[in-house]
Design a protein around this ligand. Structure first.
Ligand SMILES: [Zn+2]
Length: 147
């Protein structure tokens, strides 16, 4: 399943505001009503994590760690949620979601019934630029400092 599919939205579109891109994958900031909700999207059309090579799996894991650490450093969420579902869009992607006690669903998953009106903080000034820089910094730490 390495072909580009006309039916696949992640083959046709970025899937959000790009904040990181390399030859294997990208990270986008979504328009979902959860502050800092990002997606890590594999560039090539693969369906499952187990479709990746060993090198790709390692890079995917490093990118998840870098993205999670970047969001934690900028937003100080009470918890991070990382999920790979893809039932509706079967093109490998991961949801990387900062969670706050005042968000509309906490402590339930964001896909559950809403529990309240969200009272999460708005994103800080220049958030997109700061997120781009933070992902690069954290990725460098993961790749080069080995942590
Ligand atoms: Zn696709």
């Amino acid at each position: 399943m390495n072909h580009i599919s006309d039916q696949c939205i992640f083959c046709r579109e970025d899937g959000g505001i790009p904040v990181y891109l390399d030859e294997m994958c990208r990270v986008v900031l979504t328009a979902e009503p959860f502050p800092g909700f990002c997606r890590l999207i594999w560039n090539r059309h693969v369906v499952e994590f187990s479709d990746l090579s060993a090198t790709e799996r390692q890079h995917c894991a490093d990118m998840l760690v870098a993205t999670e650490r970047a969001l934690r450093s900028l937003l100080s969420p009470v918890k991070m949620n990382i999920a790979s579902l893809g039932n509706i869009t079967p093109h490998l992607h991961w949801h990387v979601i900062p969670r706050f006690t005042a968000d509309s669903h906490y402590p339930q998953p964001i896909w559950a019934e809403s529990l309240r009106e969200s009272r999460t903080p708005t994103l800080p000034p220049q958030f997109i630029d700061r997120l781009k820089k933070a992902i690069m910094t954290k990725l460098d730490e993961v790749k080069n400092a080995g942590n």
